[in-house]
Design a protein around this ligand. Sequence first.
Ligand code: ADP
Ligand code: MG
Ligand code: ZN
Length: 472
Amino acid sequence: MRYELVCGIETHIELATKTKIFCNCTTQFGGDPNTHCCPVCTGQPGSLPILNKKVVEYAVRAGLAVHCKINNISHMDRKNYVYPDLPKAYQISQYDEPICEHGYIELDSGKRIGITRIHIEEDAGKLVHENGYTYIDYNRGGVPLIEIVSEPDISSPEEAKEYAEKLQLIMRYVGISDCKMQEGSMRCDVNVSLREAGTKEFGTRTETKNINSLNYIQKAMYAEIERQTDILEEGGTIVQQTMRYDDVSDSVSPMREKENSDDYRYFPDPDIIRFEVSQDKVDKIQASLPELPFDKLKRYINELELPEATSKLIFKYRRVAEFFEEATSEGASVKNASNLITGTIYANMNTEEDKELFKVLISAKQFALLVKLLDDKKINFKMAQSTLQQMLESGKSAEEFIKAEDLAGISDEDLTKLCKEAIAANPKAVEDIKAGKDRAINSMFGYIMKQTKGKADVKKAEAIIRDLISKI
Ligand code: ADP
Ligand code: MG
Ligand code: ZN
């Protein structure tokens, strides 16, 4: 039997607001356990949540970035469950009136993966298992999250990885989160089912929770597809379950029976009234979005005619792209600017995070001035590279490192002076030229080239020499 994969992904992303979703506690990662907490985010009786406006704004930003429709009216619901990471015994989330719906992400193939919905909710605390005890750290409790739910449109582990990678890039670009999977600010739940190739109906799915790297998405899916295929081929049935992926053994194992939404007894949270995001506000947020990364990539390739490989090295990191664009708007050429960035500047950046943060001591303007020297052939590429390296180390401008005599392109004045010297030193050649022996001029070029270390413009020198001789 041949099976076909059906996959949908739920992605949790921690929003980069300064404070939590319902209180003023900091959202900062880390810190001593239970130091970023208050009665609200530890769910103490009598405390009341107040919805953070920024959270709503960030969720709308995220939605617009993936072409969602924004619901102007929305509300929060209680999702009831009992687990020590959630002291209230319910999570404040959104159920039937999510803030964003009906978006998509386009893959390189042109295929669109639908986004069903994006809703806002609070994160739970963290359980720490140590020496046979379990400790609870509520610092993460109440950190704002968005959950982005995809349609079951994904048909291979490669598509799944590409979807998550694109989602991560877009969300970083619009500045709502750093989306660090290894720190948990982006986590994916991957739903996998198989069906007989060619049939329409979906098979029973499992959900592998909290995957914390792009590669593990792919690996977990391969492992789960294999596990389900084995069961189906032996005539068994798939149980709807919540699974866990273990990267050490590269295998997927059941964690618990999967709950249905009925189990959560969702109901509207009576502590938070329905809220409105006016269309005017939505329009303002839309207008404040930067050019989206994949639009930028297309523009680099099609309009700037930058090679695809180079474009891909630059567009990914918003700060790099901005630096590059500022330099070219200052007059630097696209080709030399991009080559120096991906060559010399990147050689100073070891990690993806370095490029993401893009901390350089020089401004795009200083960089552009250097690139223009190269564009005008005043210096060669090697010199541009070594100068740039010194600039990056010191924060100083190019003129600090390039001496006048390093610059090619001799001024007209200097060239005329040299031509006069050449004529004075070669009376025989002057006579020959006057007598029509044109090639005699070569001996004068020799002199000029020697004096300028080969940097003089020969054509220009010839014109000047002929002019001077005609006047003798
Ligand atoms: P829950 O919140 O209980 O996990 P949802 O209906 O919100 O359930 O679906 C969660 C995710 O599972 C969505 O991304 C959806 O596309 C995906 N999904 C739903 N049915 C299937 C299926 N049969 N196989 C694979 N993925 C599925
Ligand atoms: Mg789910
Ligand atoms: Zn708090």
